[in-house]
Design a protein around this ligand. Sequence first.
Ligand code: GAL
Length: 599
Amino acid sequence: MARWGWISRALPLALATVSVPMNGSAASAQNAATAPAATPPMGWNPYNVFDLDYGEAEVMAQADLLVKLRLADLGYRYVNVDDGWWLKREGGTIHVRTSIYPSARLADGTTSLRPFVDRLHAMGLKAGIYTDIGRNSCSQRFRPNTPNLPEGSVIQREIGTYGHHDADAVLLFARWGFDFIKVDACGVADFAADVPEVRDGKFRAFPPLIARERPNASDAAELARQYAGFADAVRRAVPGRQPLISICAWGQADVNDWAHRYGQMWRTSFDINAKWDTMLANFDSAASRALFAGPGRWNDPDMLEVGNGDFDGEHLVAARAHMAMWAILAAPLILGNDLRRLTPGLTDVIANRAVIAINQDQAGNQGVVVSRDGDGQVVAKALATPGHKGVALINRGRKPMTLSTGLADLGLSPTAPSTIRDAWTGGAVRAVNGRITVALAPQETALLVVEGQPLERGVSLPADMPARFHVADTGYKAPDRTPMRQWVLAQIGFRPYGEPLMLDGRQDHAGIGVAAGSRVAIDLARRYRKVTLDPRSLSDQRGRFVILGDGKVLRQGTATRTAQPLSLNVRNVRRIELLAPPAAEGTTSFAWHSLRFER
Ligand code: GAL
């Protein structure tokens, strides 16, 4: 009885989700061309280069250059304002700081960013703005000496959207016409009652919903509720228009589990800066989460630093590597440099069509980490045509290296003919004995486009279709699952803490390592005939697994070391769901080995 109890408890849950519309579901994948953020958003944001010291003049100068340099034609269209545009909130309405946004001063004494937005729109660009899900902004708490902080009484300085969702959504989207908003979260993280400025009465206390790097001390449910409230308000303000919502909760409070419902992109880490190691840490925070991304829902490792610091015109190898890594991840490409200081070399880095095409490929698959050995890392991104992949071979270190990957490890036939070219130069690359090998300078990434054949005709593997996966916010949660020490509910080829997923002594690139008790859905969209998998578990896990097809049980059983491979008839099934056995003593993870999807 106890054994079955879990299944009957899980079933209604699973059934309930079948009808829940999710961003990036089968429907939105089919409508990829029309869905909001069908491909990763591209644009420019001032924060990385100007910090908080900029205004309309600087932003417009960059907007002009996006157009003049034809970067807008390549897709860089969103011009996003960051922290610091506001003066105060009065009578419920936010007033613009007209000393830095002069066009916002209207004849009747009120302020409006409509003229600013109209100018951007007239240039063929889109306009983005910034708020905080709490009452106060990051700069108010952390940058007391920065110019452009809100002014007035405690209440007037509450320029965040908490308690004002509807009014702000109407103002920013219906009246001013913005197309994008970054919704930061310091207001719900950094204004606890014991913060000195709060104790001194400078700000009202906000009991934190995010305890930084302490997921179990965070209130993810309430945080999600706040973002849901904001997203609903935006929907009400401009029905049918769907401005993009960028959730900036830095990978905290299990944001990956819920953000896809309320936004099109979400940060997976704290702020990037123009240092190589920080860039790598931000890359890693998103790289392990390929199964959470797809059209309309993107992992965001933060804005680009190409052109700045370690990635400036003197460091083009590192600049290309950074760009290649964001491209292969299907990360939003939001430039963060001063376009007035672009060199021809840097222009080539941000404007390479083949590189952008990998990022913007319409299938919307994030690149999947194939291998990591010391400083060498291989990431492959399935492109829309079966058998075509973008492949990044990354030297993370400061010494030269030779790096190699087998076509079979990329899910491609090692013997069928393939065409391989360098995305940067267009130059041909040859596979020898089914392997691609490159010599890499320190901090160099080779970015290749491989046009090969699938390993098996008519068969897709998980890494061919990560955008079809949806990881539900269930399952065992490790106590220290933070961006720094990652625990990822589901990953292709790796266990939740990042160890390679092994089967018969080799890494199982077609398997997914998951948390115990997790639920992973896969949109089949009635395109497949048969799914096969191997339910051998990683550990001596003996709990029962369940596989649902459109909410009905297709198979259930006990995972053991010797269980036979399963073959499931999925003709006409829209979605299957894999329910892993619950956590038991000593077992916190599970594996769905060797998944194959036959057409
Ligand atoms: C941070 C955010 C940055 C930037 C900054 C502005 O929380 O992660 O990207 O927006 O606030 O103060």
